[in-house]
Design a protein around this ligand. Structure first.
Ligand code: C2O
Length: 484
């Protein structure tokens, strides 16, 4: 059994170089020396995730550019990918004379008790190894603040919204649940699962930066940054944490063969790994054989905003059992006339609402309102980014300082994957990313504050920070509201 450990427990600011990190660095130097066509080389490994090399120039038999995003395969695909990577690194370390129980550490940036963990671990910031040679864990193509020891924003690493999700996948449309929407093989599109949006996407862009876009900011380069693998080990760990809440709602969709029987091949020839989703659901069993040193649910920040309350059945004064989110049939009750530009200044859009007439009416349920309310932001696209993400607020008084209305925050739209999804080619339609937020709790708070108008809704997009001084070209399409 291999143990994946917390990188911030292994190393500290004063003592960054635990042997696990030193061996990781040495193995990377070795992988970087291998030919591009070798399935165990650093650049080949990263190309499996994404590459800008044209298909006609791929090594024969290569399965590149396969990362699964905006999909319920996001978590299992990345789990298999990490497993493949970890085995190659371990074998390399053994050949270099290192320990045979090496396992990938994880970067737990969400621990609110230890805000210093929001810094990039020091071994990844040092330009040199203790021996004086160049440090393979360091890359200059990151946001300057991060390489300088600055912290990620607290909102980049919030896990509250993801952990509060009660279903792995959402209702058919527009929800995406914890792990992502039901899709076939999928490279991008939308909507994204909660975990994939935050902290996953936010950490990518906040480490990589936008001006210029660093390695972590794009699908095609992300896995070239050694921190990528520790970030994904943490995302994989948060999947275990979510399941470990032992709430009967929080389960993998194991009854759905379309998910469990899906198989992915990573790598090529002798090194290839082919696994089905069902073979990787228990990490402790072969073939995975690993566990995390800690899978407790991250404590929430004091002011964390939850999308819905656990007692949401009381929201509309209903009694009865909570239906599976997947069984809800959402009905659109309003959509904006126009799209909205996501620029360096906050922008706003109005949505006119109608009473539900279809599935969400739920005949016979006298006086009952929707069980769940989703805000849907469609077709976020653009290639020139100015901000790493936008906070989305509902009914923000005009001219108000968003920071004073955190309880009206519906969610955040992270720019990770937006430029890729705006490109049209064989795999992408170029229609951008779609986001879906469960705002049941926000609406409840608005009702309590008597600030909810069932006939109209105002949605504000406020940039988290402005990273690039330029005009930018990002926009969102329709903004709509669904009752389920
Ligand atoms: Cu496939 Cu974090 O990306």
């Amino acid at each position: 059994m291999f143990e994946r450990r917390d990188v911030w427990v292994l190393g500290s600011e004063t003592d960054p170089w635990h042997p696990i990190l030193r061996w990781y660095a040495q193995a990377i130097a070795e992988l970087k020396g291998r030919a591009r066509t070798n399935p165990t080389s650093w650049s080949y490994l990263a190309a499996i995730h994404g590459t800008s090399v044209a298909r006609s120039n791929w090594p024969q038999g290569a399965t590149w550019h396969e990362c699964q995003h905006s999909s319920w395969f996001f978590l299992p695909w990345h789990r298999i990918y990490l497993h493949y990577f970890e085995r190659i690194v371990r074998r390399t370390i053994v050949n270099l004379g290192g320990p045979d129980d090496w396992a990938l550490p994880y970067w737990d940036y969400s621990d609110t008790q230890r805000p210093e963990v929001r810094k990039l671990p020091p071994a990844f910031r040092a330009q040199q190894m203790p021996s004086g040679g160049p440090n393979p864990l360091f890359v200059s193509e990151r946001r300057q603040t991060i390489n300088g020891g600055g912290e990620l924003d607290a909102t980049d690493v919030e896990t509250g919204a993801a952990m509060a999700e009660t279903s792995f996948t959402g209702p058919a449309d527009p929800g995406a649940g914890f792990g992502g929407p039901v899709t076939d093989w999928n490279h991008s599109g939308g909507p994204l699962g909660s975990l994939e949006n935050t902290p996953h996407g936010d950490v990518h862009v906040s480490v990589g930066g936008l001006n210029p876009r660093g390695l972590m900011s794009s699908f095609n380069t992300a896995a070239l940054d050694p921190i990528f693998w520790l970030h994904h080990a943490n995302i994989d760990r948060l999947w275990e944490a979510w399941l470990g809440q032992h709430n009967p709602d929080r389960q993998n969709p194991t009854g759905r063969a379309r998910w469990t029987d899906m198989s992915f091949t990573i790598g090529q020839a002798a090194q290839a790994v082919t696994l089905t989703v069902k073979e990787v659901l228990d990490t402790i069993q072969p073939p995975l054989n690993y566990k995390y040193s800690d899978v407790s649910v991250p404590a929430l920040a004091r002011d964390a905003v939850l999308p819905s309350r656990f007692d949401r059945m009381s929201v509309f004064g209903e009694e009865g059992s909570v239906p599976e989110d997947e069984d809800l049939v959402p009905e659109m009750v309003g959509a904006s006339e126009d799209g909205v530009s996501l620029a360096a200044e906050p922008s706003e859009v109005e949505v006119v609402l109608e009473s539900p007439s279809g599935p969400a009416l739920r005949e016979g349920a006298e006086g009952a309102g929707p069980r769940k309310i989703y805000l849907h932001v469609e077709n976020v696209r653009g290639k020139e980014l100015v901000a790493p993400k936008y906070f989305v607020y509902v009914n923000l008084p005009s001219g108000a300082d968003p920071a004073e209305y955190e309880d009206r925050r519906a969610g955040q739209v992270s720019m990770f994957g937006v430029p890729e999804a705006s490109e049209s080619d064989e795999e992408h339609s170029g229609s951008g990313l779609t986001f879906s937020f469960d705002i049941t709790g926000v609406v409840q708070r608005l009702q309590e504050a008597e600030d909810w108008d069932p006939q109209r809704l105002r949605v504000t997009f406020a940039p988290a920070r402005v990273d690039a001084e330029r005009a930018g070209d990002v926009s969102a399409g329709r903004v709509s509201l669904y009752y389920a």
